[in-house]
Ligand binder design. Structure first.
Ligand code: ATP
Length: 660
């Protein structure tokens, strides 16, 4: 039977709510799994117990030898005897230190197999995911598997460290308690009457509050993880956030995460009071009682040395061990429960599982909204020449090539990323007529993304001018870009936590919500209907961290498709899609109306365009496919060995006829 601790780990945030199980059976299962794991390693357990006995003996010797040193030695006027007892206590310390060193080894002998087993399983699972990512359509580059492996192995390290911590503090408390109680009983049984009741009360408080405390700790870890995930996705997609004018939305989403983490931290701190109460009752009250009841104890046959020995037990052994237990189980224990809980549930990270994975949500019957995606009412394509989601009256039809100002014009544009930096673009002139379709190709680092940012007004040229439909392209004074003029879809797409509908319509004016049919036709146009169906339709929930890079691109493409901007700039916007899905999305934009500039991820994009710009430093050329084959050695190299699809070649020929 496979070890239940061997299942892969999923981030809590990715499966929160949907995959949450009744915690009681999960906890019971955890305990059973833990016991089974320990039973399989009897050698390490016996060795651990043996060395722990040495530690307990050392604890016993500490207070006992001190009491004898006082009573039989120094207080009885026999300093030599006192010194002998102190020497015995010192020897006990050395033996205890030897025991502690051996204990560490035995804990490692338990923790390392746990780690090895988990890593083995996690890597195996990650490889499966990576393989399925490369073969499943629409899964993009397949980096989900590797990133999930790195995330999961990190969690395995947490599990290993937490497990070792829990074993250490629980074992240390158990042996110290045994040594202390044995020592107190050996010194004078009335001491137990004073120490045991508050100690038992403190342990009871700790036991009762452990579970809610662990829950608060878990909530805090989840909130922390969600904030980190959200912040990470925002950082990766800053360009898209700026390009979409989504700063307010992003700020709001981040603020919600920060507030959630603050609330979780407050609740944790509140429950932290319970820890202080447990420590006060079990660790400090016995000390106070021992001092307060000293006269009574002395009257009932307890000697001064025995009192000092008891105080030593409490201050030097029991209190530190109790502190270790309370803090260790509250922190490492909660972390261990969180991580092992993930292992037990064996849920695959939806971000890594992808749309092809047979998840419950993928197989669930489609909600009613799916009709809007696939039904007769939802398939209406926006009229050609009209960006989807706009009412035709507000959409200027793309103007032809003659007479009208170009949709995008660069005049003698140079750009460098710094005053002393090498210019990326130098004296570039370019015109894209309204309704035109330009592909930009070139080697890595040639400046394609820089050109996209200049066209979108996100960068200002160092020299020259960029104009959009005869207006200068630049941000307004407060840094907000005019989304009505152009839409840019960069490589890293920003998707925020919210409904599918909110994610799709955030580029549209708030006072003019798009009809569902427009949203659905945009989704269908860019080929995202399977994704939206899996998410639960337009009202379905988008958890940004649970989408693969390709899925995020599909959402961003549908959102841009809906935008009213007459110019769309796709900067490798389909780089995580498979070639067929990328072609479908690009074709949708070509038919959407307006002007299209595609920074080509694959050379096939060039054949779909009317014209191609080959960025090649001083040998930069712009022309049709055929013209470039004749005049650009770089273009010949880029297209060499590439067999175009016959339909694409046909389209290109037709395009040449149009632009000729
Ligand atoms: N923010 C930046 N600061 C400084 N230099 C940058 C910055 N962004 C890009 N560059 C540099 O500008 C040059 C062009 O980069 P750009 O990203 O535009 O190229 P690209 O053709 O899009 O490359 P790729 O195909 O690899 O995405 C590169 O040398 C790059 O290192």
């Amino acid at each position: 039977m496979s070890d239940p601790w061997d299942s892969p780990v999923a981030p809590l945030s990715a499966r929160r709510g949907r995959h949450r199980r009744d915690p009681a059976p999960v906890r019971a299962g955890l305990v059973r799994a833990g016991l089974r794991f320990l039973r399989r390693r009897p050698g390490a357990l016996w060795a651990l117990a043996g060395w722990s006995v040495l530690e307990a003996a050392h604890t016993f010797a500490l207070g006992f030898a001190l009491a004898r040193a006082l009573d039989a030695g120094f207080l009885a006027g026999r300093p030599a005897t006192g010194l002998w007892w102190l020497a015995a206590a010192g020897l006990g310390l050395l033996v205890g230190a030897l025991g502690t060193a051996r204990v560490y080894r035995q804990v490692a002998a338990l923790a390392e197999p746990l780690r090895d087993t988990l890593v083995h399983r996690v890597v195996e699972r990650g490889l499966c995911e990576a393989v399925s990512a490369t073969v499943a359509p629409g899964r993009g580059s397949g980096d989900a598997g590797t990133s999930s492996v790195s995330r999961l192995t990190h969690q395995v390290e947490i599990a290993r460290d937490s497990f070792a911590g829990v074993v250490m503090v629980s074992r240390s408390f158990a042996v110290t308690l045994a040594g202390t109680l044995a020592g107190l009983a050996a010194l004078a049984p009335p001491l137990l009457l004073v120490v045991l009741p508050p100690l038992a009360a403190g342990l009871a408080v700790f036991a009762v509050t452990l579970r809610p405390l662990a829950r608060r700790q878990r909530d805090f870890l989840v909130a922390d993880e969600e904030l980190a995930t959200e912040a990470g996705s925002v950082v990766r997609a800053l360009r898209d956030v700026a390009a979409c004018g989504a700063r307010q939305t992003v700020r709001g989403a981040l603020r919600r995460r920060v507030d959630a983490e603050r609330r979780a931290a407050d609740a944790l701190a509140y429950w932290g009071i319970a820890r202080a109460v447990a420590l006060g009752l079990g660790g400090r009250l016995p000390l106070v009682l021992l001092l307060a009841l000293a006269p009574w104890l002395l009257r009932h046959g307890v000697s001064a040395g025995e009192l000092a020995g008891a105080l030593t037990y409490l201050t030097q052994a029991l209190l530190p061990a109790l502190q270790g237990l309370v803090h260790g189980l509250g922190g490492a224990g909660a972390r261990l429960a969180v991580v092992i809980g993930r292992l037990r549930q064996g849920t695959v990270d939806p971000a890594a599982a992808g749309p092809a994975a047979p998840t419950a949500s993928a197989q669930a019957p489609a909600p009613a909204e799916h009709g809007a995606l696939t039904g007769p009412g939802g398939t209406a394509r926006p009229p050609r020449g009209t960006p989807a989601g706009r009412s035709p009256s507000r959409v200027p039809a793309p103007r032809g090539f003659g007479g009208a100002p170009p949709a995008l014009a660069l005049r003698d544009v140079s750009f460098a990323y710094g005053p002393a930096a090498r210019p990326v673009l130098c004296g570039l002139d370019l015109e894209v007529p309204a309704g035109g379709h330009l592909a930009v190709v070139g080697p890595s680092g040639a400046g394609k993304s820089t050109l996209a940012l200049l066209a979108a007004g996100l960068l200002r040229p160092s020299h020259g001018e960029v104009r959009l439909s005869a207006r200068t392209a630049s941000a307004t004074a407060d840094g907000v870009l005019p989304v009505e003029q152009r839409v840019l879809i960069p490589q890293e797409s920003y998707v925020f936590t919210g409904s599918v509908r909110e994610n799709l319509s955030c580029l549209l004016p708030a006072h003019c919500p798009p009809p569902d049919a427009a949203l659905s036709s945009a989704v269908e146009a860019v080929g995202a209907q399977a994704l939206v169906r899996r998410l639960g339709g337009l009202a379905g929930h988008v958890e940004a961290a649970a989408l693969s890079a390709g899925e995020r691109q599909q959402v961003a493409l549908a959102r841009a498709y809906l935008s009213p901007a007459p110019l769309a700039v796709l900067d490798e916007a389909g780089s995580h899609l498979d070639p067929a899905a990328e072609e479908r999305a690009e074709s949708a934009f070509a038919q959407r109306g307006g002007t299209l500039v595609v920074i080509a991820h694959r050379i096939s994009s060039a054949l779909r365009a009317d014209r191609v710009l080959v960025l090649d430093g001083p040998r930069t050329r712009c022309g049709t496919h055929r013209e470039l084959l004749a005049c650009s050695p770089l273009y010949r190299d880029l297209t060499a060995g590439w067999a175009p699809h016959p339909l694409a070649a046909e389209r290109q020929t037709a395009g040449e006829g149009r632009t000729g």
